[in-house]
Design a protein. Structure first.
Length: 368
């Protein structure tokens, strides 16, 4: 019992501190934290509609920015599937989304602590709190699939580190059905199996190949689901294609997102998303460079994950909501092992300073 308490208390305390932080922000807006709808953004409606009615593809109205076909096929089904048992039990849809997101947010911190941070010789608690305030924090608690994705991504990485390739593949399968960039786990695992130190590289490559196939199976499952429900196998690409995604220079995308920070006059909280992208743009190169010096199996895997999930959204251009995709980088906290406490404290302060305006904008419905 004592061991269970030691495992539960640090992540529970970190979760409650982060939740209270967001509740205080929400209470200062017109959307109080005790209202389930306060934790929803515009895109939350798509997940709720999938949970209640399934997928629908309709002609775009004149008011819709993307031309052509619209509807909810551009959003992934795993989070709505989690909501359905609660809806069947009579839980109101918005409450179901809030409960599920909170459970996954806590589970993310619990998995981080139990599987990784509790074994650190120093700084584990500080890293846990940083994870609770990591960029994109409000999307880990809101009615979105980011916390569910974080759990599955961490489970995939943990399984790969222990050569549990079937489990890694199943977690990757779920991640690919939870968030659009989840399929990136497949090349990350294969690349890591090729470059990571250790015995039996051929065996490891076969295992990583199995996990990669299962991960891409999540995308295939989505396409088959759309074909079965809508009669159109590429409905996801049809809807998402209207938002102007296309390969571009990642550095150019990043600079367009952050240059407003260097261009007065400043407007206050409106700079929140730009500050977050700036913070991530400073944090990630530092962590990646540090991982090259450590060179452990764990650091190389997490570094490959962090690089892929940071650069790919930038490479898709300004049509991507970077401030939301940056929440998928939460596992990069694992690259902070060994950092001095003053450095971790400084990173925590920066994360909190960024999380505050992002929370304000979210609860004012100024973020999607």
């Amino acid at each position: 019992m004592m061991r269970v308490r030691r495992a539960l208390w640090p992540p529970l305390a970190a979760f409650l501190v982060a939740r209270l932080f967001l509740c205080l922000i929400s209470a200062g807006t017109s959307r109080p934290p005790w209202e389930p709808g306060s934790w929803s953004g515009p895109d939350s409606a798509h997940y709720l509609s999938i949970a209640k009615h399934g997928y629908a593809l309709v002609p775009c109205s004149a008011d819709d920015p993307p031309p052509g076909r619209c509807g909810n096929p551009g959003w992934m089904p795993a989070f709505p599937w989690v909501l359905r048992p609660m809806l069947a039990a009579g839980v109101p849809p918005r409450w179901a989304a809030v409960i599920a997101a909170a459970a996954f947010a806590f589970s993310t911190l619990l998995l981080l602590w139990v599987a990784f941070l509790s074994s650190w010789t120093r700084g584990g608690v500080l890293a846990l709190i940083i994870a609770a305030f990591f960029p994109g924090q409000v999307y880990q608690h809101g009615a979105f699939p980011l916390a569910e994705f974080s759990v599955l991504a961490l489970l995939c990485l943990m399984a790969a580190l222990h050569d549990r390739w079937l489990l890694a593949g199943l977690a990757g399968f779920g991640a690919a059905l939870t968030y659009p960039t989840g399929c990136l786990l497949a090349p990350v695992l294969v690349a890591w199996s090729l470059v990571s130190p250790g015995p039996a590289p051929a065996v490891r490559l076969r295992g990583a190949g199995l996990a990669a196939v299962l991960t891409f199976g999540g995308l295939l499952c989505l396409l088959l689901l759309h074909w079965r429900q809508l009669g159109v196998w590429n409905a996801f690409f049809v809807v998402q294609g209207g938002y102007g995604h296309g390969l571009t220079n990642p550095m150019a995308t990043w600079w367009r997102a952050v240059r407003v920070v260097f261009t007065p006059p400043w407007q206050g909280v409106q700079e929140g998303p730009h500050l977050q992208t700036l913070f991530v743009g400073v944090l990630m190169p530092g962590l990646l460079a540090r991982s090259l010096r450590t060179g452990t199996r764990a650091s190389s895997l997490v570094a490959l994950y962090a690089a892929a999930f940071w650069i790919f959204p930038l490479a898709l251009g300004s049509g991507v909501s970077l401030y939301r995709s940056e929440a998928t980088l939460l596992p990069s906290v694992l690259l902070m092992e060994g950092l001095a406490r003053p450095v971790l404290t400084l990173l925590l302060a920066a994360a909190v300073l960024v999380a505050w305006p992002m929370g304000v904008l979210f609860f004012r419905l100024l973020l999607v």
